[in-house]
Design a protein. Structure first.
Length: 172
C-alpha cells in the first residue's frame, strides 16, 4: 500500500500542477490577445517587460479578478508610450475583459501598480514638475482606481506619504 501511495502521489501532484498551470496559461493568453489587439489598433507594440498583473476582487463578487498595467509604445513609429490599466473578471469559468483606461504615459505621468485592497486598485505615481524633461517625471504621488458600473474611475490623487498594502503579484 505504501509503495502504491508513493507512486501515485507524484502523479496526482503533477496533474494538479499542470491543471493550475494550464489555467494560468489560458488567462495569460486572454490578456495577451486583448493587449495585442489594442496595440495593433494603435499601430504600436506592447513593452512586455513593463506589464504587471495583480489579483483581487474588483467587482465585489468575492472572486479574485485581475488588474493589468501595461504599456503600448512606438505608436505610428514615434517614441511615445502610453500606460493602460485593464480589468479582467472571472465569469462562467473563464477570464473576460471588462474595461481599460489610460493611466499614464510620456508627458503625462508614470504609474506603478501596487495593490488591490477592498475593491480598490492602488498606484504609486511620478508626475511632472515644472522643470522636468519629458523622459523624467520626479514628483511622487499615489492614486487609486475603482471599477464602477463596468468602468474604471480614478478616485483621487493622494499625497506622496499615503500608505499602501501590497497584494500578491502574479506576473510571469
Amino acid at each position: 500500500m505504501k509503495s502504491v501511495l508513493m507512486f501515485f502521489t507524484p502523479v496526482i501532484l503533477l496533474c494538479i500542477l499542470s491543471f493550475g498551470s494550464s489555467s494560468q496559461n489560458q488567462e495569460i493568453a486572454v490578456i495577451d490577445k486583448f493587449i495585442s489587439k489594442q496595440a495593433t489598433q494603435e499601430r504600436g507594440e506592447e513593452y512586455k517587460d513593463a506589464r504587471k498583473v495583480l489579483a483581487g476582487d474588483l467587482n465585489r463578487d468575492g472572486v479574485p479578478d485581475l488588474a493589468v498595467l501595461y504599456t503600448i509604445e512606438g505608436q505610428d513609429g514615434t517614441n511615445n508610450h502610453v500606460q493602460y490599466l485593464a480589468v479582467f473578471i472571472r465569469a462562467k469559468g473563464g477570464l473576460a475583459p471588462v474595461t481599460h483606461t489610460v493611466v499614464g504615459g510620456k508627458s503625462d505621468r508614470d504609474v506603478e501598480l501596487q495593490a488591490i485592497r477592498k475593491n480598490i486598485i492602488f498606484f504609486k505615481t511620478l508626475n511632472y514638475g515644472p522643470k522636468d524633461a519629458a523622459c523624467c517625471p520626479t514628483k511622487k504621488g499615489v492614486t487609486r482606481f475603482a471599477l464602477v458600473d463596468s468602468r474604471l474611475k480614478e478616485l483621487s490623487a493622494l499625497g506622496p506619504t499615503a500608505t499602501l498594502i501590497v497584494s500578491r503579484n502574479i506576473t510571469r
